[in-house]
Design a protein around this ligand. Structure first.
Ligand code: URA
Length: 270
């Protein structure tokens, strides 16, 4: 095998493992350790210059990452969306914030009656800092337009606000630590209903035993959800994720029925 072929294989392997974005000009060995003056082990810092974005991040991964309880404590103290965004941006408890380019907080109206919850930003959202701007987002825009909605009328968020490397699904612990911020976001927006886009959002938001059911069984059925920080229960409609619809056009018929269910609910909204 010649060295070019070997390099191609190495790159293909890295992409498969999720290293599909260039974050630094030079490689950084995150596994290397060095001994500090105090004699403690500390993560080695690369001698290579740090990009401005990473340098501007007000935190670094701590050996004891804050867990869901700490996230809930921080979220509870946020009285405004601006405070919540600032708190999430400086939250060091989710390692995804270290590999993502930037926080993808939300899009849409702050007084929206309908809140859409997706899974996690993809590569295009990670670059743009806005949720659902890639192909799935373009389909979502069309779905919204079919029921006379657009981004000025809804709020769009994700279960986790940072892109998982390689677009993998967020893990249960990543979801658990980000969930209090989503709950607080919902409490601050006070929507009249939620639309849960796909299996990850449904699993994250629904209580047992529903959370253990597949999206095909859950979709199209409204449920009243008790959401931490929110006073009243909020009706939530699980449906297919637009990315799934792009891969499975035959599911669009059911997604259309779900949109009709949403349009019916909108008629009852004040
Ligand atoms: N898929 C999601 O779930 N969220 C996005 O923001 C983009 C794609």
């Amino acid at each position: 095998m010649d060295s070019l072929e070997l390099l191609r294989l190495q790159i293909a392997l890295q992409i498969e493992w999720g290293a599909d974005e260039i974050l630094l000009d030079a490689p950084q060995n995150r596994l290397a350790v060095k001994t500090t003056q105090a004699g403690n082990l500390a993560t080695a810092v690369s001698p290579t210059p740090t990009p401005a974005k990473a340098a501007a991040r007000p935190k670094s991964p701590s050996p004891s990452l804050a867990g869901p309880a700490e996230a809930a404590r921080i979220a509870a103290a946020c009285g405004t969306l601006e405070a919540l965004k600032t708190a999430v941006a400086s939250f060091a408890g989710c390692a995804l914030s270290e590999t993502a380019t930037q926080l993808v907080f939300a899009d849409g109206a702050e007084n929206a009656k309908i809140m859409l919850v997706g899974e996690a930003p993809g590569a295009e959202e990670d670059r743009a800092g806005r949720p659902f701007v890639g192909p799935a987002g373009q389909l979502l825009d069309k779905m919204l337009a079919s029921v006379r909605l657009d981004r000025t009328l809804v709020r769009i968020v994700n279960v986790v606000p940072w892109r998982p490397p390689g677009n993998r699904a967020p893990t249960e612990s990543e979801i658990a630590v980000c969930l209090p911020f989503l709950h607080r976001h919902i409490a601050l927006i006070k929507p009249e209903c939620l639309v849960l886009l796909g299996a990850t959002a449904a699993k994250a938001m629904l209580p047992a035993p529903d959370r253990n059911s597949g999206i095909r069984r859950l979709r199209g059925h409204w449920r009243a959800l008790e959401i931490p920080f929110s006073e009243a229960n909020i009706p939530a409609l699980p449906t297919y994720h637009p990315a799934y619809l792009l891969r499975t056009p035959s599911a669009k018929r059911e997604a259309w029925l779900d949109l009709i269910a949403l349009a019916d609910r909108m008629k009852t909204m004040v």
